[in-house]
Design a protein around this ligand. Structure first.
Ligand code: ADP
Ligand code: MG
Length: 300
């Protein structure tokens, strides 16, 4: 079998087989970051993301934005666990003919994001490569009581989304702010039952929550805010890289949240969890209900 027929998520399931896990692994493969035993009252978070020239960005794009994104995508994963980022390593692949100014700009982007979020660059690796590669491994930490996995959504919980979706088609995905502030507010003030960041499209990423939690969900077209740059509703559900948060919490808590949400960032109750275990049902503006065919970004 070739990879294209297997698909990204089946590949990950395959890799997951027969790996040993010592007691230091609280959560291994299958969430936005790994969760590891750490110190009293806290867990360590660990995540890695790679950007490759030609795949994620072109050589023409301002390297400042590439550097900024390379770190921001990992911060977004830490946010979705309820944690804060701390330290990162950068592996860099570059050609000998590359202008050093390009690399300066790339690191300027990373360093500015690092400064803003109080994160330290603590090492990395440099190799020769025909295509530019930036691979960032980021650590974070989370108070045990704040840890939010994909797997605890419960029947009748409300489903919320920060910001809007569909904007990645224009350059938003190179210029977004990871939702650390919002996620911290959520975990400090509410018992969030599940959370994920939207990197592969709302339908697919909400699908991950439902699958991990063994529940179903209903979402409503009229409640889902689209970016002014969005193409249309359907593609916005499956376009990746919104880097917003999708999360669930019990209804009573959800109603309290809507009253006290303090940020400019939009907050929308887009639907609710059901016990059906049958994926996502979509209620269209005209009232028609159908099962949503989950489409989103996968690599193969
Ligand atoms: P995200 O979009 O939140 O970054 P991914 O969909 O990339 O998450 O990954 C889902 C899970 O699979 C994560 O736990 C990730 O660490 C794991 N994973 C992805 N690729 C690999 C790989 N090549 N080997 C081992 N684990 C992987
Ligand atoms: Mg993620």
């Amino acid at each position: 079998m070739i990879l294209r027929d297997l698909g990204e998520f089946n590949l990950i399931d395959r890799i997951k087989k027969d790996i040993s896990k010592s007691s230091s692994v609280i959560k291994g493969i299958g969430d936005d970051t790994a969760v590891l035993r750490y110190k009293k009252g806290k867990f360590l978070l660990f995540t890695i993301d790679m950007l490759i020239e030609g795949r994620h960005f072109t050589k023409k794009l301002d390297p400042y934005l590439v550097g900024k994104k390379a770190l921001s995508v990992s911060i977004s994963d830490i946010a979705s666990m309820g944690g804060i980022p701390t330290n990162f390593l950068v592996s860099l692949g570059v050609k000998s003919g590359l202008d050093v100014k390009y690399i300066d700009r790339l690191y300027r982007g990373m360093k500015d994001v690092a400064k803003r979020f109080n994160i330290n660059l603590v090492g990395g690796d440099t190799v020769k490569s025909e295509k530019i590669i930036i691979d960032i491994a980021l650590l974070g930490e989370v108070k045990k009581k704040d840890l939010t996995l994909r797997s605890n959504a419960k029947d009748k919980d409300l489903i919320f989304l920060t910001g809007d979706i569909g904007g990645s088609i224009k350059n938003k995905h190179f210029n977004f702010t990871p939702r650390i502030k919002e996620a911290q507010f959520l975990v400090k003030n509410f018992k969030i039952s599940s959370m994920i960041d939207v990197s592969d499209g709302l339908s697919q990423d909400l699908g991950h929550i439902l699958k991990a939690s063994s529940v179903g969900g209903v979402i409503h077209e009229e409640k889902i805010p689209l970016s002014k740059d969005a193409r249309d509703f359907n593609s916005s559900l499956s376009d990746g890289e919104d880097f917003e948060l999708v999360f669930t919490l019990p209804k009573k808590e959800g109603l309290r949240l809507m009253k006290i949400w303090p940020f400019k960032t939009r907050l929308s109750n887009i639907g609710e969890i059901t016990s059906s275990n049958k994926g996502i049902m979509l209620v269209l503006k005209d009232g028609k209900i159908s099962k949503l065919k989950v489409k989103g970004y996968t690599h193969f």
